[in-house]
Ligand binder design. Structure first.
Ligand code: ATP
Length: 259
């Protein structure tokens, strides 16, 4: 086992009724890596995310994160271990302001005590001000500070996707899981997002696991890529290796994988 190992999935699988949605998945993430998880529709990518984040308990196998077995942990408990995610279908607090969406995430890890908040002690206000300032800084990174008072639902689609990532980042995770962050974005937005993901990884010393259908995005920024097909891993390797892997070509696109 390497010393900078952050996440390890060993022989992980899950069954829904008679359907083996994911089987025998072995996967690891080292600290600081940016790794892609790809595969055709229904291959089991989101289900794998759901097992890692505690939404589903694997039927078999074990997942270890930062040295701790995640078995039995609920999603909020997994979050507390230092994991944040975004969703394929954007899940924002649509009627809250852009700033409040980020503050909510920041609040979960705020240091000032509940007692000081209830009693409205000075430490509550200084904590609150610090949190607000920090949340604005997160928004700036994503070019969203100009929209801070806007309701989340009024943002253009691409900006809502960015806000979801900003919110996930504000929880200061060790591991960030992004489920199709570029879905529905135009090529320019996708390109900008690609640069942003690479930037935040470096800036925050993050480990990122990314589900994405946009091959250009995956091949462009990921150091390693896992490929799922019909619930099983059929390949892993660098973008170059994946691009030339006949199993991937056959299973994933049925034609040449290009970037
Ligand atoms: N809660 C559930 N109950 C029953 N079947 C499920 C459940 N969740 C996922 N599945 C099934 O598991 C399989 C894998 O689905 P999953 O959503 O993980 O695929 P995916 O690779 O993320 O697909 P896509 O790219 O279309 O999002 C599918 O056959 C899906 O219908």
């Amino acid at each position: 086992m390497t010393s900078n190992l952050l996440l390890k999935a060993e022989n992980v699988g899950i069954q829904f009724g008679g359907l083996k949605a994911v089987q025998n998945v072995n996967m690891y993430l080292n600290q600081g890596e940016l790794v892609g998880l790809i595969g055709p529709n229904g291959a089991g990518k989101t289900t794998t995310f759901n097992m890692i984040t505690g939404v589903y308990q694997p039927t078999v196998g074990a997942i270890t994160f930062a040295g701790r077995n995640l078995k039995g942990l609920k999603p909020y408990q997994v979050t507390k271990q230092g994991m944040s995610r975004t969703f394929q279908n954007i899940r924002l607090f649509k009627d809250l302001s852009v700033l409040d969406n980020v503050k909510v995430a920041n609040h979960n890890i705020a240091k000032h005590s509940i007692v000081s908040s209830i009693l409205r002690l000075p430490s509550h206000f200084s904590g609150e001000a610090k949190m607000e300032q920090e949340s604005i800084e997160f928004l700036k990174i994503f070019g969203l500070d100009v929209y801070k008072d806007e309701m989340a639902k009024n943002l253009p689609y691409g900006m809502q996707r960015r806000l979801e990532i900003a919110r996930a980042l504000a929880a200061k995770p060790k591991l960030l899981l992004l489920d199709e962050p570029a879905a529905g974005m135009n090529p320019q937005e996708t390109h900008d997002l690609m640069e942003l993901i690479a930037f935040i990884r470096k800036e925050f010393n993050l480990t990122i696991l990314l589900i994405e259908h946009d091959m250009h995005l995956v091949m462009g920024i990921c150091e390693r890529i896992y490929v799922l097909d019909h619930g099983q891993l059929i390949a892993d390797g660098t973008a170059e290796e994946i691009r030339n892997n006949p199993k991937v070509i056959e299973a994933y696109l049925g034609e040449e994988v290009t970037d």
